[in-house]
Design a protein around this ligand. Sequence first.
Ligand SMILES: [Zn+2]
Length: 59
Amino acid sequence: MDDEVLIACPYCWLQVSVTFDLGLARQSLVQDCDNCCNPIEVELKFAEGYPQVVSVSKL
Ligand SMILES: [Zn+2]
């Protein structure tokens, strides 16, 4: 089961939708920005069933 969360791109600061797997309590993933195409590393965790963004960083 997948869901998505919005983050701010660290390069261009536009919102980017990140798709993640709900089955994992904590995970990091890399996604290219839809706008500027730079790779973004996103770390997520789940608290009370809701995704929280731990960190967003440039690769
Ligand atoms: Zn961007």
